[in-house]
Design a protein around this ligand. Structure first.
Ligand SMILES: [Zn+2]
Length: 293
């Protein structure tokens, strides 16, 4: 298992391929990383992220040191491509001996995705968006241009964000970022199959009203393509116009915490975690927040 480690002293956000499974995640501090009440900014073109604590003018700087994280799974090849400036995770999922794959949440550095896929002669069977925020859809256009037959798929509730810079939050950064329109819309409970994966769709609003997660349970451990719902030691921000902390908490409890403890959660930002770890330790939705194990 590869995962990321954040050390405030060394300003490090680095995949550790030699790390023991998940242990290093404990060093991720929910107080200073992607906290729902924090604001997150970025510093120019460098691979740096500045997080600001409420009430503090001093940023905490993290440097993204690696762009790729490989996630161990006995049946699937799972890769994470990290894009700046928001440390957003694009997921590439494929089964052994297949040339097609899933691309989940192509971010702001799509050339890195192309540079990964093309030398391996991999073709996206689908481009999936967990939700329509700009850092998760920014690479859609480049992928559709390269592979026009790959369907672009998103939850029905976030369809409008693809083509509305105000709703996808890019306008707030002075950008006018849009995606090609969706080819397919997903709803709660629907199966979705592509590249040999059979996924279950769950709608979990709260961070974004039309947010979905995709769950693969064909082979243990199960895998959640989670977007900005549940992070290692944190949860997605809920201070956007269509946000709801109550809805997010409820969705995590009823639709994710009911999965087996060893389920891998591949989130939209930060390191990989497991359902069991977050149930036991997450300060916002887990046992420390009153969740009954
Ligand atoms: Zn988001």
């Amino acid at each position: 298992m590869a995962c990321a480690l954040v050390s405030r002293r060394t300003s490090l956000l680095a995949p550790r391929h030699d790390a023991p499974p998940l242990v290093c995640i404990a060093k991720l501090s929910p107080q200073n990383y992607n906290h729902p009440r924090d604001s997150i900014g970025f510093l120019g073109p460098s691979r740096s992220i500045a997080c600001f604590r409420p009430g503090s003018p001093n940023p905490i700087i993290f440097h993204v040191r690696e762009s790729f994280v490989r996630v161990d799974h006995p049946q699937a090849e799972l890769e994470i491509i990290v894009s700046v400036p928001f440390d957003e995770n694009t997921l590439i999922a494929r089964l052994a001996d297949r040339h097609d794959c899933l691309v989940v949440d192509p971010g702001l550095e799509p050339e890195k995705i192309l540079d990964f896929l093309e030398p391996r002669q991999l073709e996206p069977a689908a481009i999936l968006n967990t939700h329509g925020h700009s850092d998760h859809i920014a690479g859609n256009a480049a992928l559709k241009e390269r592979w026009p037959d790959a369907p672009l798929v998103i939850g029905h509730g976030d369809e409008e964000k693809l083509t509305d810079p105000r709703k996808n939050l890019s306008a707030a950064f002075g950008l006018s970022l849009v995606s090609p329109p969706a080819d397919q819309l997903l709803r709660e409970g629907e199966p979705f199959a592509a590249a040999g994966f059979e996924l279950t769709v769950r709608e979990i609003p709260g961070h974004s009203a039309g947010h979905i997660v995709l769950i693969w349970e064909a082979h243990p451990p199960a895998v959640v393509f989670g977007g900005d719902v549940l992070f290692a030691g944190s949860i997605g921000r809920t201070d956007f116009p269509d946000g709801s902390l109550e809805a997010l908490t409820s969705g995590i409890h009823t639709k994710l915490f009911t999965l087996p403890d060893d389920t891998l959660v591949l989130p939209g930002h930060g390191p990989v975690t497991t359902i069991g770890r977050e149930k036991a330790t997450n300060p916002f939705v887990g046992a420390p927040a009153g969740y009954q194990l």
